[in-house]
Design a protein. Structure first.
Ligand code: GLU
Length: 305
């Protein structure tokens, strides 16, 4: 028995790509006879209660039901603080005073070649006197995890063995709020989630989360990174491709249940009979039927046919 989840950020309407990932997360959990939870990752500044209600209404419209209460990251600050304390006590953290610009401009990396955008370790060896001086000067800091720039590997159920090099990534932001890579691990562990299904745009950040699981002494979940949805031009589905939310495609002539039918077919569930709901489909999902390639959504194909 597994526990899976869908963890959207309520910072706008869910689009067809998010809805397909949600359906897949439900199907992977249910096909393993498991529970399915929803967690709102509302620590971003764009998050709002209105977006959350709209996202939950869209999931309900497709019959994507969840077990238990919806959990919100904004209500879990104490859990994140306790995990950060554990890492601080283990001497695995340090304050960082660098601005985004300083990070981009830093040339020398103590860890050798790092991926683009990686932190070069500038503040990792400041003395406590220097830390104090910078704190007085700048008035704020982020908190970073101390790594050795090592490469971390993990197994993904769809993508196979993946690996990535670590940098000293942020655990706590300037505003004192837990960073995504910390919060997601603490939540998955605390909620008993052992199956993480999400878009494969998050593959690159997974080694960091694997590392956080390891240093906090948590068991790793099974990772299932699913292919993204593309627009007709073969690029990741985006605003410029036109209607993408349930409301917008519905206004353009594709009703929610037709969207569900289309999404179901896109993940290999065929011969559909009415009435249709995501829960009723999940029992017919076979992970082996899921294409490893991205799926293309072309609204014009749907409304003219
Ligand atoms: N909140 C993230 C997003 O909406 C997903 C994080 C996750 O599934 O781990 O992209």
């Amino acid at each position: 028995m597994v526990t899976g989840r869908f963890a959207p950020s309520p910072s706008g309407p869910l689009h067809i790509g998010n809805l397909r990932t949600a359906l897949l997360a439900l199907c992977f959990a249910r096909s393993a006879g498991g529970d399915f939870l929803i967690r709102m990752e509302d620590l971003t500044t764009e998050a709002s209660a209105d977006h959350e209600s709209a996202q939950l209404a869209d999931l309900a419209a497709l019959g994507i039901d969840h077990d238990g209460d919806v959990v919100r990251q904004s209500e879990r600050g104490e859990l994140y603080a306790a995990a950060i304390k554990q890492l601080e006590d283990a001497d695995l953290t340090y304050p960082c005073f660098c601005s985004r610009r300083e990070i981009t401009e830093a040339v020398h990396a103590p860890h050798g070649e790092l991926p683009e955008g990686a932190y070069p370790g500038t503040c990792s060896r400041l003395s406590s006197v220097e830390q104090q001086r910078r704190m007085t000067q700048r008035g704020r800091s982020t908190l970073r995890i101390r790594t050795a720039g090592q490469t971390v590997s993990f197994e993904d159920q769809l993508c196979g063995t993946r690996s990535g090099q670590l940098d000293d990534f942020v655990l706590r932001r300037w505003d004192g709020i837990a960073a995504y890579n910390l919060a997601v691990v603490v939540d998955d562990h605390d909620q008993g989630i052992d199956q993480v299904t999400r878009g494969d745009d998050l593959l690159a950040t997974t080694p960091r989360q694997v590392f956080v699981h390891q240093v906090l002494g948590f068991d790793l979940p099974t990772y299932v990174h699913v292919p993204l949805v593309l627009g007709p031009d073969g690029k990741r589905l985006a605003k410029r491709h036109g209607p993408r939310s349930l409301a917008a495609v519905s206004a353009a002539g594709l009703a929610p249940l037709e969207v569900l039918r289309l999404l179901a077919e896109s993940i290999g569930i065929t011969d559909l009979t009415d009435p249709l709901s995501a829960e009723s489909l999940a029992g017919r999902f076979d992970p082996g039927d899921l294409s490893r390639f991205p799926w293309t959504f072309d609204l014009s194909d749907q409304i003219h046919s």
